[in-house]
Design a protein around this ligand. Sequence first.
Ligand code: COA
Length: 175
Amino acid sequence: MNTARLLLRHFRESDLAPFAELNADPRVREFFPDLLTREKSDAFAKRIETHREEYGFSWYAVEVPGVTDFAGALGLFVPTFQTHFTPCVEIGWRLAFEHQGKGYATEGAKAVLDHAFSALKLKEVYSWTVPANMKSWRVMEKIGMKRIEEFDHPNVPAGSPLKKHVLYKGVGSEV
Ligand SMILES: CC(C)(COP(=O)(O)OP(=O)(O)OC[C@H]1O[C@@H](n2cnc3c(N)ncnc32)[C@H](O)[C@@H]1OP(=O)(O)O)[C@@H](O)C(=O)NCCC(=O)NCCS
């Protein structure tokens, strides 16, 4: 899939090293409970491609032609945890630190959300993050999603500052 500046494509072998680098960068993982080892990062990249085979959609590698072969990843995923709004489809994003602040996440996510409604015929798409991750929930707002509530993430231990999340929803007829 192409946008004005981005090529959103399937993962390939050469993405694994830069993906592992950003997944081990504390500046990128500021609002996650841990950094990922190379092994875990590679497993996630592999899961992205098996998820695509299973559901017909997944995350994309973000290429910025003329700038970088791999700026990060974004796309749609079916979360495995259970709560009152699951099962659902989540839109998410993660860029290398040096490629943040250029509008790439918003540009790519808007194209993915439009595709989710027009081609995949999804009725709604969700996204969530911790309240402090303003860069992420600003993307949600900029692509037309609406904040609907706060919830406690079931996979985060009680008492953790990362427990409380803000939940956003995009509805096909509204964005
Ligand atoms: C969240 C994240 C993906 C946002 O990425 P991003 O590309 O920086 O986000 P945006 O697309 O909104 O760009 C941010 C800023 O770039 C600026 N920008 C610079 N050039 C721009 C351009 N040509 N077009 C649009 N925005 C531009 C904008 O001012 C925008 O700031 P604003 O929100 O105040 O308007 C990124 O910060 C990230 O990877 N964080 C770590 C991982 C993470 O937390 N993921 C989410 C977990 S829930």
